[in-house]
Write a protein that binds this ligand. Sequence first.
Ligand code: C2E
Ligand code: MG
Ligand code: MG
Length: 389
Amino acid sequence: MRDTRRVNPQTPQPDVPDAASAGATGVDYQAVVRDAGEAMVTYDPAGRVTSWNAASESLLGYRAADVLGRVAPHLASTDPLPHGGRGLVDRRHRDGRDIALLVSVAAWHDRQGGVAGWTEILRALPDTLPAPPGVALTAARSLARALENAEMHLVYQPIVRLRDRQVVSAEALLRWRDPTGGELSPDQFIGDAEREGMVGALGLFVLRSACAQLAAWRRDGQTALPVSINVSARQFRLPDLSLSFAAALREYQIDPQWLRLEITESAIVDEPDIAAARIAELRALGISIAIDDFGVGYSSLSRLRQYPIDTLKIDHSFVRDIATDHVAREVAGAVIMLAHKLGMTVVAEGVETEAQYDTLVALGCDCGQGFLLGRPLPQNQLAALLAAG
Ligand code: C2E
Ligand code: MG
Ligand code: MG
């Protein structure tokens, strides 16, 4: 990826068991410290905090929640005090402590002495905290800065009803325009964001941008479209995901029917219990769920059957050969038929040719998305396309 430096390859990967045993698990707490605090705080050479970047409290909250979820999963969901990012931010408001520093120092002290556990550390920290050593610029910091500098934005790709080619909804896709004018697609930075605890902050940005767009379309009296947003597997597991959806819907006064959520199969099959809970919470809010890139995750439709999923998006790799290869056509046809039996709407991804389009119509597929039907567009171009009919 451009414009960011990758972190030390020893950066801990997500599956740290829990805080009480973490001291003995060989986790690179130095990296955890960096991950938690450095994007938020500036230190002088003596290690004293010189400035606090309060640009976005919610960003901080989500970041802290990510870190907690990774290092001390039990705290992120059960401890009444630092409950997720929101709780951390509230706590800062209550006692004036610097949460990012608090989290990072807690990790550092844990590494130093194997002190009892995170809860005790968080409670016992004095008001004047020694800053942890070892500050370096990371990809997380670049991502945080990109969010603060408005380098991120959404583009919208039409989703088209095949029978009459009407645009029926749009998928919001994230773009990062770096200061040199280059545009990065999410595949180039979502992975880093996931690894570095920034996925909550990015996800919140996407959610709020999409809601703001829906509110603006409504305000301008334009033909509004339901918008689908992508949620990565890690983001899907954040304990307060549905709270942030509820808050955004409330803030922008969006009817939940206008918002859809796309998750991949792996978000479900890797953590089935969390996924079931999350889907139930989101559906209780009135938000519908789509499975993205279906077919690449080795799960079967019968396995997904137990979840209340509204839409199945067939991955473009399954669409590519349907017009030329009868086996590919049979497979797509079987998936479409089964999905319909399960009450799902089917969207074919990556529709690039008229021959693919005709085959999908013949197979009874409901909707399509792809360069043939419409490229991802800035919102004003999408609005112009809709106005032109
Ligand atoms: P996706 O959700 O499956 O999105 C569809 C991707 O296919 C988009 O790439 C789109 O530009 C591309 N595409 C659309 N039509 C065609 C076509 O006809 N042919 C081909 N070859 N490609 C087509 P993009 O925008 O680069 O996004 C890539 C992936 O990044 C997305 O795949 C999604 O998984 C992820 N992503 C995008 N936006 C977000 C976001 O806001 N948050 C998260 N967590 N992930 C995102
Ligand atoms: Mg998608
Ligand atoms: Mg997809």
